[in-house]
Design a protein around this ligand. Structure first.
Ligand code: FE2
Length: 332
């Protein structure tokens, strides 16, 4: 890694370019979702954190000539740059949300690490597309430090706690990366950008949507490559592979099946006792949900009676999962 601490690092150019501003602009505007409603991709407080990361150039202390490596200026790095996104370490519910076939979350964490160690070396560059972990920082960083590669995280919504960027054990964190890889321009972001925002000849390497279909409101998807781990057999993939076979990769994991979710409203809520009831829009039946089981404790504080929700039943009368309507869509 001869290019560390390079004062003329192309990484600094990212802060000067206009495409990042377009990314922030996109995050603050609305688009049509799969459900036919409009939504803004990211919360303003998250966008502000991204802008700060971007203005700083990076959150880490080292400069690194990523673009030069990727552009093939240093042939030693060709094929030695790896990508993956949305690992969601320690996130038990992701096994259900995204049909990940692991026995337990511990097994998933171990498999992801084993796959990574079998792929990357200390001389490689490993780029995360955000949403690394839902676990505590100590356990997460212990997992990250086991990987010897130079690590860069392109910040995802779950890498920010309220208005603070998590202090992850990576070498750099970036709002987005602009890469020139042997002539192919690549914009790396956590959220897929709207096709209109992509400049001519650019492709968008993104995460966030996991194994859900590409949102029609963002364009055709022909210039987007989804690097969520569900599409990559849970192992980092080289940029060569991603660029040469994006459509094939997209087909490897089927889209999430027709949703078993029902739509309804909260009709009774006991926050202190930790339970409530929801009723379908048809108004036929009421179902009980338990806080911490069907819905996260942090989310219950913002839930209100009468609020529109999506929910999935466990069995007669019990709710297995519940999402406030504001979280439905691109919020995995
Ligand atoms: Fe995610």
């Amino acid at each position: 890694m001869t290019s560390k601490n390079n004062k003329n690092s192309p990484v600094s150019k990212v802060a000067e370019s206009s495409i990042a501003d377009k990314y922030f602009s996109f995050l603050g505007t609305t688009y049509v979702t799969l459900e036919g409603t409009t939504r803004q991709p990211a919360a303003t407080k998250f966008i502000n954190v991204l802008k700060k990361v971007h203005a700083d150039g990076q959150s880490g202390s080292q400069r690194f000539d990523v673009s030069a490596c990727l552009a093939g200026k240093d042939p030693a790095f060709k094929g030695r740059v790896w990508f993956w996104s949305d690992l969601h370490l320690f996130h038990t519910n992701i096994l259900t949300y995204c049909q990940r076939a692991f026995d337990s979350i511990g097994n998933m964490n171990e498999t992801l690490l084993a796959n990574c160690l079998a792929t990357v070396t200390k001389d490689d560059i490993l780029i995360f597309g955000g949403d690394i972990s839902f676990g505590n920082l100590t356990a997460t960083n212990e997992w990250l430090r086991a990987i010897p590669a130079y690590k860069i995280n392109v910040v995802g919504n779950h890498d920010v706690n309220r208005k603070v960027l998590l202090n992850l054990a990576v070498d750099e964190q970036a709002a987005c990366l602009e890469l020139d890889y042997c002539g192919q321009k690549v914009l790396v972001t956590h959220y897929p950008v709207k096709e209109d925002f992509l400049e001519t000849d650019w492709v968008n390497l993104h995460g966030h949507i996991h194994n859900t279909p590409f949102p029609p409101g963002l364009g055709s998807g022909q210039r987007h490559i989804n690097m969520s781990v569900e599409h990559l057999d849970y192992a980092p993939v080289s940029l060569d592979t991603l660029l040469s076979k994006p459509r094939e990769l997209a087909k490897r994991v089927p889209a999430r099946p027709a949703s078993p979710w029902q739509i309804g409203r909260v009709v009774n809520l006991n926050k202190e006792a930790g339970f409530g009831y929801v009723q379908t829009d048809a108004g036929d039946s009421q179902y009980i949900f338990v806080v911490g089981h069907a819905i996260r404790r942090s989310e219950i504080k913002r839930l209100t009676v009468g609020e529109k929700v999506a929910f999935e039943l466990l069995d007669h009368g019990h709710v297995r999962q519940l999402k406030p309507w504001r979280n439905v869509g691109l919020n995995a």
